[in-house]
Design a protein around this ligand. Structure first.
Ligand SMILES: Cc1cc2nc3c(=O)[nH]c(=O)nc-3n(C[C@H](O)[C@H](O)[C@H](O)COP(=O)(O)O)c2cc1C
Length: 174
């Protein structure tokens, strides 16, 4: 049985569905891990807090994502929460480019071995705790082992297919 066939067919209009999802303003993350010792990662907006005790977070990755396969092999990942001005990094990690995505990106290994990108608003390091089917995506649950926060971050925001940043007066689309 394929991952999607267990669901009852839906008649929702695909374009309107995508537009509705895009109307949910999110932060932007780069989820990283290692593949045969090399840094790999992908841009992810489908990130959420899940539990405080135990500390759990989740990300949803497309079944076709190479990073998904790498995380399942490695058993660990980190969530880099991007700050304003890092939209070029978000764009870079949304390409299908393997380890080449890290060329020119300043980073270091975190405690779990997954890459932490310099200048992010916050970073969350996880062991892979569980993975759950979710249609054409897979939900990865991470048990948080370490977290770090920039004291003065302005977060990067994604809204209706555009990067934005929070300003004092509200949302400023760039
Ligand atoms: C702003 C933004 C948010 C994205 N969010 C997700 C996401 O939540 N889950 C996902 O699987 N792909 C997401 N993508 C698409 C992936 O980054 C893209 O498919 C990437 O090429 C996958 O790389 P990989 O195959 O090396 O893992 C997003 C892309 C952008 C630009």
């Amino acid at each position: 049985m394929s991952q999607t066939s267990r669901y009852v067919p839906s008649v929702v209009d695909q374009a309107e569905y995508r537009n509705a999802l895009g109307s949910f303003a999110t932060g932007v993350t780069v989820v990283t891990t290692k593949a045969a010792g090399a840094p790999v990662g992908t841009t992810v907006s489908a990130f959420s807090a899940l539990s405080l005790t135990p500390p759990l977070v989740l990300v949803a990755l497309a079944l076709k994502s190479e990073t998904l396969a790498h995380i399942k092999r490695a058993g660990f990942f980190s969530v880099n929460i991007l700050s304003a001005g890092q939209d070029d990094i978000a764009t870079c990690f949304s390409k299908a480019n393997g380890s080449a995505k890290f060329e020119g990106i300043s980073h270091r290994d975190g405690q779990n071995g997954a890459p932490l990108i310099d200048g992010v608003a916050a970073a969350i390091e996880c062991d892979l705790e569980d993975s759950l089917a979710g249609g054409d995506h897979e939900i990865l649950v991470g048990l948080v082992r370490a977290a770090s926060v920039d004291p003065n971050p302005v977060p990067l925001v994604y809204y209706r297919s555009a990067f934005a940043e929070l300003t004092v007066g509200g949302l400023e689309v760039r």
